[in-house]
Ligand binder design. Structure first.
Ligand code: IDP
Ligand code: MG
Length: 140
């Protein structure tokens, strides 16, 4: 198995409900290590760029508005099969479909306000990490 890095975000619905510690604990309990972490805010420009693949979808503007509506936590996670493992502990995009014990099942409020983001491939993980972190902010 390969040690990988993935990008994680705690979304505004979760920071608003004071769930940063609870979600971070679920990540750490999975064995993944948080090797970079920062509280910040999205701008409309950054949200539109970050979610660019969804720019033609009907929910795009609402998603960008939501992502800018409050603070977020951006993190780099490291561990064996980190990309897949993080997607597993996040649960399905729609919390109604998420499995028991996942972050989204436990904490998400809706399909849009689903508490966390996680990279969906190793390639996208590298791109998304670069959006938010320089190498000297990452400390394994
Ligand atoms: P993911 O976050 O599980 O990778 P994506 O399909 O990449 O899911 O969608 C990105 C984000 O856009 C979701 O996490 C969610 O916040 C939002 N989203 C996805 N589909 C819908 C929808 O049909 N309505 C509203 N928001 C959506
Ligand atoms: Mg996605």
């Amino acid at each position: 198995m390969a040690v990988e890095r993935t990008f994680s975000m705690i979304k505004p619905d979760a920071t608003e409900r004071n769930l940063v510690g609870a979600i971070t604990t679920m990540i750490e309990d999975s064995g993944l290590r948080i090797i970079a972490s920062r509280r910040t805010r999205m701008t409309q420009e950054k949200a539109a760029e970050f979610y660019g693949v969804h720019s033609e979808r009907p929910f795009f503007q609402s998603l960008c508005d939501f992502m800018c509506s409050g603070p977020i936590i951006v993190q780099v996670l490291e561990g064996e099969n980190a990309v897949k493992k993080n997607r597993e502990i996040m649960g399905a995009t729609n919390p109604e479909d998420a499995e028991e014990g996942t972050i989204r099942k436990k904490h998400a409020v809706s399909l849009e306000k689903n508490s966390v983001h996680g990279s969906d491939s190793l390639e996208n993980a590298a791109i998304e990490i670069e959006h938010f972190f320089s190498e000297n902010e990452i400390h394994p």
